[in-house]
Design a binder for this molecule. Sequence first.
Ligand code: ATR
Length: 286
Amino acid sequence: MTLSGMARVAGVMGWPVGHSRSPALHGHWLEVYGIDGAYVPLPVHPDRLGAALKALPALGFAGVNLTLPHKEAALVHLTRTDDVARRIGAVNTVVVREGELEGSNTDAFGFIENLRGGAPTWQPLLGAAVVLGAGGAARAVVVALLDAGVAEIRVLNRTPERAVRLARDFGGALKSLDWNARAHALADVNLLVNTTSLGMAGQPELDIALDRLPSHAVVNDIVYVPLNTKLLTAARARGLVAVDGLGMLLHQGRPGFHAWFGRDPDVTTALYTRLAATIPTASATP
Ligand code: ATR
């Protein structure tokens, strides 16, 4: 629709930003709800992140999403950050309110909403979770699982120091285990989450034997390029509930859209299909 002079404007800052699917996501919602608003890609060099954020109120922006490499660096440029963003140590959503910049992180929300939607039988209080990886994505997943009430989270990472640090940062519910023990770590867990880049197009495959996973376990890969990773295919072949990573991307966009454009948007099959169509079918390097 044609934008009026009153149009609400938001966008995504990244460097590069061309790969971001957020313009397609928010553009879909703006179109479906007929909102007088726009959501634009904003290529912002890391050296200019502070200046770009500071300019948002003057430009009349309602806010922005942040993607690589800005999510951690943005923290110091904001007026306020919420508790979840501080625990994760990264911001992905900025809302301009009365000239001030409020930062939050909606990745944990997106993760748990996607998991609950894709695996309604998963019960956080019954069983341990295994998280593969210890980067920024793992931190968001750990925060979501802790807030959902998971009592034991086993973190395994190729570089053990990062898993140890993650466990130390989040306290008693987390245990760091050796990366080579990943198949053994699956006994008695009811959730396995891959937050590493393994299995992503152009990256090596994730090599893990799933035979110790109980039959009620859920497997969630946050990799969504390709949509059906080898991990998810192997989980389905064992009859396990498998949840792909695209839904996390869709749900993490909801709080920002709500704050900027005034409506909590729906994650529908039509939206999922539209975004899924943008994902190449290329697979990881065997
Ligand atoms: P993000 O912020 O998306 O989590 P990241 O911090 O780069 O990104 O984390 C990538 C994760 O994938 C890390 O856990 C990384 O393990 P290391 O900490 O050892 O680097 C993991 N990863 C990447 N390539 C891997 C590989 N070939 N084998 C095992 N783990 C790998």
